[in-house]
Design a protein around this ligand. Structure first.
Ligand SMILES: O=C(O)C1=C[C@@H](OP(=O)(O)O)[C@@H](O)[C@H](O)C1
Ligand SMILES: C=C(OP(=O)(O)O)C(=O)O
Length: 461
């Protein structure tokens, strides 16, 4: 059970608690989960739909938009930059864009809340407009590294001023005539790739990005959907080179947002673990660069069937039929990490319930998410009686063979995915699990606890 050579480390983070925390005590599920649900729209696609629609000429109609707090921050930012962004009905939005290079200087600080995607992608837009802007975020986002976008974007000629270590708040003096970038990503990050491509929209000539491992390609897909010319080539080493032709005429196009596979992960793992469970989740996005968790769970022995696969709004979607399963430990290769990067905390819960040992290879990027997810996942499991180890950049989880002791208090560190992972752990642990704060679940999965209750989870709300 080895992973091959491990990669470099980044610094861990400390945490702060929410002023209006919503604690939750979770007890073991009393009955099998059953029923059919839909999960909210894909977060990555929702952010991008609002940004690209604001940069396109004309009116874009978006259906299925995620109305989580992260995406609402992007909506507010695009409004502050002059786009007309309105909600018609739940999930149904209209955006009147201004065209590339035409956004207006914001009159106030842009607050991106808890969202790394919003902050990093927006940096690319701000750097490539002739305006001065200031961006901040909540305590979690203000601890996350922005140097990874500042460094490449400085190549456009834009200037950045940020706190020590490249942390928000950050001031950006952008340029109306940015230089096109040619950049090789030092980390596998769709956010950094997207920031470079967004800056390239307003640059004359070609912007080129090379990624060592393929990361989610929603930016490339949506750029094409709105009329840009984007060329993608695979490298012999398994990476990709993306070339964008600058100053395209982006034209409004309707966008249909599929269900978020990263959100579906929580009811999926809950249904795999709760004895007798049998559920269906319909219209989940199946972009192959997002489905590493599904492959991994199937390798563990999950009864996870994908049916009715179709294309909706240019994205592959399908329905997932999930039944309680007996899971065994798994080794997840490092090159699979980008396709399931947000799913490791919930996969760790599945691995803790499984029989045998699991190893997640090369998961160093977990250290720079909403929390240090490597440390926080270890604490989630250890505090509930599950043995783990961190070996270099690998996480090792010792399965309990369906006997997670539980009884622990879980610190969620302003991190939605930890809160949801802890809630699933509580459904199958032998003793109740206390979660310090579930409020941040609203950043990506508003209505999560209620939706889980509709399947029979019995969360005490
Ligand atoms: O581009 C995106 O929409 C995202 C990319 C990933 O981050 P990184 O680019 O930092 O890996 C992921 O963790 C995040 O939830 C969404
Ligand atoms: C890492 C995440 O999001 P972001 O980077 O946008 O805050 C996430 O949703 O798990």
């Amino acid at each position: 059970m080895t992973c091959g050579p491990s990669r470099r480390n980044e610094k861990g983070m400390t945490h702060a608690s929410s002023p209006s925390a919503r604690p939750l005590r979770v007890t073991r599920a009393q009955a099998p989960l059953s029923g059919s649900i839909r999960v909210p729209g894909d977060k990555s696609i929702s952010h991008r739909a609002l940004m690209f629609a604001s940069l396109a000429r004309g009116e874009t109609h978006i259906t299925g938009l995620l109305e989580g707090e992260d995406v609402l921050r992007t909506a507010a930012a695009m409004r502050a930059l002059g786009a007309d962004v309105t909600q018609n009905a739940p999930g149904d939005w209209r955006v009147s864009g201004l065209g590339i290079g035409k956004l207006r200087e914001p009159s106030d600080v842009l607050d991106m809340g808890n969202s790394g995607t919003a902050a990093r992608l927006l940096s690319g837009i701000l750097a490539s407009h002739g305006m001065v802007s200031v961006m901040t975020g909540d305590a979690s986002l203000r601890r996350r590294p922005m140097k990874r976008v500042m460094d490449p974007l400085a190549g456009t000629g834009a200037t950045f001023m940020a706190r020590e270590g490249g942390r928000l708040p950050m001031a950006i003096a952008g340029l109306a005539e940015p230089r096109p970038l040619d950049y090789r990503l030092p980390v596998a990050s769709a956010q950094v790739k997207s920031a470079v491509l967004l800056a390239g929209l307003n640059a004359q000539g070609q912007t080129r990005v090379e990624e060592p491992v393929a990361t989610r390609d929603h930016t490339e897909n949506m750029l094409r959907h709105f009329g840009a010319h984007v060329k993608v080539e695979e490298t012999p080493q398994g990476g990709r080179v993306i070339v964008l032709q600058g100053r395209p005429d982006l034209v409004a196009r309707d966008v249909v947002v599929p269900g978020d596979p990263s959100s579906a992960a929580f009811p999926i793992v809950a249904a795999l673990l709760v004895p007798g469970a049998d559920i269906v989740i319909s219209t989940v996005g199946l972009n192959p660069l997002r489905t590493g968790l599904f492959i991994t769970l199937q390798e563990m022995g999950a009864q996870l069937e994908v049916t009715n696969v179709r294309t909706e709004g240019g994205e592959l979607v399908g329905d997932l039929h999930v039944r309680a399963s007996s899971l065994k430990g798994v080794t997840v290769p490092a090159d699979r990490a980008p396709s399931m990067i947000d799913e490791y905390p919930i996969l760790a819960v599945a691995a803790a319930y499984a029989s045998g040992v699991s190893r997640f290879c090369g998961v160093e990027e977990l250290r720079v998410k909403e929390s240090d997810r490597l440390a926080a996942t270890v604490a989630l499991l250890e505090n509930n009686g599950v043995k783990t180890a961190v070996e270099g950049d690998d996480l090792v989880v010792y399965g309990t063979d369906n006997a997670i002791p539980g009884g622990g208090v879980v610190q969620t560190h302003m991190d939605h995915r930890l809160a949801m992972s802890a809630s699933v752990l509580g459904l199958v642990a032998q003793n109740p699990v206390e979660i310090d704060d579930t409020a941040f679940i609203d950043t990506s999965f508003p209505g999560y606890l209620q939706l889980m209750n509709s399947l029979g989870a019995g969360f005490a709300l």
